[in-house]
Design a protein around this ligand. Structure first.
Ligand SMILES: O=C(O)CCC(=O)C(=O)O
Ligand SMILES: [Fe+2]
Length: 336
């Protein structure tokens, strides 16, 4: 299959793909193949013509900036609960610490004290979730915010379903294979603000912006502003990082740990982090940055066992089946 027709370029091996050819029905298999290959090689892909309108994206960034510019006390009217397992509401800078497989609370506190994540975030999801009920500001604190977040949540949901269809085609499964595991929309929309911080403190590892981690769910759709700073671990040189620069109009999609496990590690869930963008500092300070990840999760009730075609006598299953809920809540609990 010739994937060159749909590949527009690449950024350190992460393919930039015209996803419009999938949406229009033209070259569906080519898009699916190119996307899967980038997931297998790097765990990441850039999608142009992904279907989320630029107008909605601009508006969500505008509301995100408005939200984060509210006084601390107002933002704290929608506080994130102390446990990471209920992942909704507002987290002030330094509260959440993203780590990679640290589950002991004393150990986590030590890591946080040594190098806190200097970012603030707001998390929300679909309205009627019993496991993850939303935590909103009182209506009069920022009228319209809740509606815009929910509207954006459902716009991302459309893109998610199309990416899941392409993924299934890439793996030569029926097109709805993954969609059927993602019926509940147990997803999380996250608004992120990275304040301006001294570059030196990042370099000396006194602070992080978001520490090196992999995502937990099946896929993440990531919209970043034009500032930069996202880095992914080089699959060919573990421990070194490559920049994943913003590409105008492109959505980044990365595979999470659930998908890596589900695919018997044929798809990578690549470690990534946010640092200072190259050559951007003014007076020794990084520019501030906003991003909007949308974490897609298999239905909490779904059992995740290796996908047909990803295991064989030569490549036995590496993982026991698990439910998405057990796996994701276990990972979420480690961040607070
Ligand atoms: O802000 C970004 O670009 C990345 C955010 C991220 O990796 C996360 O929230 O898991
Ligand atoms: Fe992430």
């Amino acid at each position: 299959m010739n994937t060159n027709d749909v590949k527009m370029g690449d950024e350190h091996g992460i393919s930039v793909i015209d996803f419009g050819a999938f949406q229009s029905g033209d070259k569906r298999q080519e898009v699916a193949d190119a996307m899967l290959k980038s997931f297998q090689d790097t765990g990441f892909v850039y999608l142009v013509n992904h279907g989320i309108s630029q107008e909605k994206i601009n508006s969500m960034f505008h509301w995100s900036k408005t939200f984060f510019s509210l006084p601390h006390d107002v933002k704290m009217l929608a506080p994130h609960p102390p446990s990471g397992k209920h992942h909704r509401g507002y987290s002030a800078p330094g509260v959440e610490k993203v780590t990679q497989h640290v589950y002991d609370s004393t150990e986590l506190a030590k890591i946080r004290a040594k190098a806190p994540d200097v970012k603030e975030s707001f998390e929300c999801g679909r309205e009627n979730s019993v496991v993850q009920p939303n935590i909103w500001l009182p209506d009069d604190a920022l009228p319209g915010f809740r509606d815009i977040c929910l509207d954006f949540f459902w716009a991302c949901r459309e893109a998610e379903l199309n990416v899941l269809r392409a993924l299934a085609l890439g793996l030569h499964l029926s097109e709805d294979f993954f969609v059927e595991y993602h019926e509940a929309a147990d997803n999380q929309l996250r608004l992120l603000h990275y304040p301006s911080v001294p570059v030196e403190q990042i370099e000396k590892e006194e602070i992080t912006r978001i520490g090196a981690h992999s995502d937990f769910g099946s896929i993440t759709l990531l919209i970043q502003d034009d500032v930069g700073g996202l880095e992914i671990e080089d699959p060919k040189n573990p421990g070194t990082f490559l920049t994943a620069s913003p590409i105008s109009g492109a959505l980044i999609v990365n595979a999470g740990d659930t998908l890596a496990r589900w695919s018997n590690d044929t798809i990578r869930s690549t470690i990534h982090r946010v640092r200072a963008p190259p050559d951007s500092a003014k007076d020794g300070m990084t520019p501030e940055r906003y991003s909007i990840p949308y974490f897609c999760s298999a239905d909490y009730s779904a059992t995740i066992d290796c996908i047909p075609g990803t295991y064989s006598a030569e490549r036995p299953k590496k993982y026991e089946p698990t439910t998405a809920k057990d796996y994701i809540l276990h990972r979420l609990a480690q961040s607070y």
